[in-house]
Write a protein that binds this ligand. Structure first.
Ligand SMILES: Cc1cc2nc3c(=O)[nH]c(=O)nc-3n(C[C@H](O)[C@H](O)[C@H](O)COP(=O)(O)OP(=O)(O)OC[C@H]3O[C@@H](n4cnc5c(N)ncnc54)[C@H](O)[C@@H]3O)c2cc1C
Length: 391
């Protein structure tokens, strides 16, 4: 097999698989993955929720732009539906939390519920201290595996090569192309895509690309037994509007997360005892659920930059180094639109009309924003300054 590609993508999670699938239609693409299976890290650990009322405005736009793909994937992409309706019941103890949610959710996509109505939907809710509830009508469960496999299948059907068990540990630009060292092979391409999830900052440092200040944050999830004799499958997801916890039916169990965000180094994240105990305590305070045993626990990394928007585009310091990183807690629900957008930018093609219609300000996604940062001057007017690139 040739070691020369048009593009090498580093990381075969949702980001890498989805952009690689688009690029392979017109280019020779190698997809490098350090694990012996794709999707082992964040992509395989998500809560699998699609919500158009989650994240900042840019994330919500990208999520909405992804909806048509989820509702009607192209023929042959997957046998299974990608979305299954899973409404979200937001309960609030603080009016500001409820107002923040109402401000970003169109009125025809939500229904206000009294506390009694909320308890009719999820009977375990404790009413004490609750001041309101709103049912979000459009969120859905995502079949993450079907989406990820669909992209990988399309990638391979287009002639792309998935190279597993191959951590990239060296990147060098020589004679107009990147040489990427892996344990087994040395591969070359004029363009490299950094889709390494929590490791994207490390890959950038290897290449001498800009320091985007990527911070992986650990999020914990546990599986609990439902109350005896209760079929929870028809319950909506229950979410505290103040982000203290969410509880979601999951294949006959209940998936609970305390919405933790502990800064962590890139790695194989593990759930710790203390955070699991906090999660259990919060759900026992908010509901009548009695947690007797935790049947499964895990943690994953959600990687953010300071503005909590993704980083997509060519690096300002290193030619041919393209970013698709910092997908935070939204990398699954935004994948269809974000991967098309990334492929448009990488191939320097006009944006697809629906993406053009989003009218995104040019620097909102670009890694250039980490070089030209407006900082307040003594007089209060912002001035551009040069940021500090990584060594
Ligand atoms: C608990 C939890 C709940 C979440 N819930 C949701 C949700 O409901 N909805 C949603 O949209 N998102 C959710 N997310 C976020 C979502 O999972 C991520 O945004 C998404 O998976 C990021 O995809 P990625 O491809 O960037 O990262 P990853 O899936 O981590 O993929 C990066 C890949 O790069 C590989 N890699 C790293 N370094 C190298 C190297 N040197 N060489 C080769 N390969 C390398 C890694 O092995 C990995 O496979 C959640 C995340 C967590 C942790």
């Amino acid at each position: 097999m040739s070691d020369d590609f048009d593009v090498v993508v580093i990381g075969a999670g949702m980001a890498g698989a989805s952009i690689a699938a688009h690029l392979a239609a017109t280019s020779r693409v190698g997809l490098l993955e350090m694990e012996d299976q794709p999707g082992y890290h964040s992509t395989g650990r998500s809560a699998a929720i699609f919500s158009e009322s989650y994240g900042n405005g840019l994330i919500r736009d990208l999520t909405r732009a992804s909806r048509p793909f989820f509702d009607a994937p192209p023929p042959g992409f997957t046998q299974a539906p990608l979305l299954k309706l899973r409404r979200v019941l937001h309960t609030a103890r603080d009016q500001a939390d409820l107002d923040a949610y109402l401000a970003i959710t169109p009125p025809d996509e939500r229904e206000t519920k009294s506390i009694d109505e909320a308890r009719a939907l999820v009977p375990i809710i404790r009413p004490e201290g609750l001041l309101g509830a709103v049912l979000s009508l459009r969120p859905s469960d995502i079949d993450v595996d079907a989406l990820h496999r669909g992209y990988l299948r399309r990638f391979q059907a287009n002639g792309g090569e998935l190279i597993l068990d191959s951590p990239a540990y060296g990147l060098q630009r020589l004679g107009g192309a990147w040489t990427i060292e892996t344990r087994r092979r040395r591969v070359r391409a004029p363009i490299v895509v950094n889709a390494a999830g929590a490791w994207a900052g490390e890959i950038a440092a290897l290449a001498g690309a800009v320091d985007i200040g990527l911070q992986p944050l650990k999020r914990t999830a546990i599986l609990l037994d439902p109350p005896p004799g209760v079929d929870v499958e028809r319950w909506p997801m229950l979410k505290d509007a103040g982000e203290q916890y969410y509880l979601k039916p999951d294949a006959g169990k209940l998936l609970l997360s305390p919405c933790d965000e502990a800064p962590s180094p890139p790695g194989d994240a593990q759930a710790d005892e203390m955070t699991v105990a906090i999660a259990v305590d919060r759900i026992e305070q908010a509901t009548t659920l009695e947690v007797r045993r935790v049947s499964h626990r895990w943690a994953g990394l959600r990687s953010f930059v300071a503005d909590r928007s993704p980083v997509v585009g060519f690096d300002p310091l290193q030619p041919g180094f393209f970013w698709l990183a910092a997908l935070g807690g939204y990398g699954i629900q935004t994948a269809p639109a974000l991967s098309r957008l990334a492929a448009n930018l990488l191939t320097q093609s006009p944006l697809d009309p629906d993406l053009e219609a989003l009218d995104l300000p040019p620097e909102t996604l670009s890694p250039r924003r980490f070089i030209l940062q407006p900082v307040p001057t003594a007089l209060g007017s912002p001035m551009p300054r040069l940021g500090r690139p990584s060594p």
